[in-house]
Design a protein around this ligand. Structure first.
Ligand code: SF4
Ligand code: SF4
Length: 344
């Protein structure tokens, strides 16, 4: 993957146009998947009403896999001063959040308002990656209150850091969770589907597909035309996602993308050339090349493994390394070692 080096995080080559070119497609519900009936709630659309709707709708936030009603309840106690809908996709191949915001702008705004009301937060923002995207969304809905997450990876962490430096304690919610909350509050709808980006060199028709929850991954791949030459299927993210071993695995609310890879990554690395790009890319103040050096010792000194426990496994260091060293793995091993206390 190519990169452009910068101050913090990493600027990745984006592969978003192909899946954003068309409207979201609908994958029909398979016969064996039962259609969940709507529910009825009466009364004023206050805190309790919204929480009940989130719970009855069984909404799960796509970013962290946590049931939305639990998140909102917890948040009410924590009293953040801003709620942010994450409508950007930091993975370079994924566009499901962007597509949802583009096609359901009013609904996402409304769902975010309900979430803010449930937590007692006044300030709310829709986070998008770039100025161009902000302009596009404003042209659809001038009411949208936007904030820029930027297009450096990992954007979510960088946005958090930026807001934190401005003394803003923000809470984050997925675009699809906002959309589902809007349907739950207004229409009593249970969350039945999710929008998934299907992309990668092994896919003929890169698309965003609205998929009924529980659909097998292979059905979605077939819908988008997966090549016989596909070597690997990944869900989650092309950087941090997991390889799928069983294509009968179901789509869940957290399945934001399915990526089909034609060429498996070569497992070759070269010696460190001391360029320090890994340190610049890291958003958690870790200096991966130093950790690598320490870990090469027979008995690594734990005092030299600075900040390794702060690693979020974002892979930015590995992506920028011109020597192809899997620094994220080295840092993970160092963190495990430090935690275990298994050294002399
Ligand atoms: S994987 Fe860990 S060490 Fe590497 S850039 Fe991310 S946070 Fe830093
Ligand atoms: S580990 Fe890679 S990115 Fe880091 S200094 Fe060495 S060559 Fe550069």
């Amino acid at each position: 993957m190519k990169f452009r080096h910068g101050v913090q995080g990493v600027k990745l080559d984006q592969q978003k146009e192909l899946s954003l070119k068309h409207k979201i497609k609908n994958l029909p519900m398979a016969d064996e998947l039962p259609l969940k009936p709507n529910f009825n709630l009466n009364g004023k659309k206050d805190y309790n009403y919204i929480l009940n709707a989130a719970q009855k709708s069984q909404i799960v936030d796509e970013f962290d896999g946590i049931p939305l009603d639990k998140k909102l309840k917890k948040l009410r106690g924590l009293k953040p001063n801003m709620i942010v809908a994450c409508c950007f996709d930091e993975d370079p191949w994924t566009t499901s959040a962007m597509a949802v915001l583009r096609e359901y702008t009013a609904e996402v705004i409304s769902g975010l308002e309900y979430a803010a009301k449930a937590c007692g937060i006044k300030e709310r923002k829709i986070a998008v990656a770039t100025k161009e995207e902000a302009k596009f969304i404003k042209s659809i809905n001038s009411e949208a209150e936007l904030i820029l997450a930027g297009d450096r990876y990992p954007a979510r962490v960088l946005l958090k850091k930026k807001l934190y430096s401005q003394n803003i304690k923000a809470f984050y919610i997925g675009a699809q969770a906002c959309l589902a909350l809007d349907s739950a509050v207004k229409e009593g709808k249970v969350q039945q589907d999710t929008v998934v980006t299907v992309a990668g060199r092994g896919v003929e028709r890169w698309s965003n597909v609205k998929v009924p929850l529980g659909t097998e991954l292979k059905t979605v791949l077939k819908f988008c035309g997966v090549s016989d030459k596909t070597k690997m299927i990944i869900t989650g993210s092309s950087l941090t996602g997991k390889a799928v071993l069983d294509l009968t695995e179901p789509v869940t609310p957290s399945t934001r993308c399915i990526i089909a890879i034609k060429k498996a990554k070569k497992d070759i690395s070269y010696p460190c050339i001391g360029c320090e790009k890994c340190a610049s890319a890291c958003v958690r103040s870790i200096v991966p090349w130093k950790i690598l050096k320490v870990m090469k010792n027979k008995k690594p000194d734990p005092l030299m493994l600075t900040n390794v426990q702060k690693c979020i496994g974002c892979q930015a260091c590995s992506v920028v390394c011109p020597s192809g060293i899997d620094l994220a793995e080295v840092v993970k091993k160092a963190a495990d070692l430090k935690k275990s206390g298994d050294f002399e």
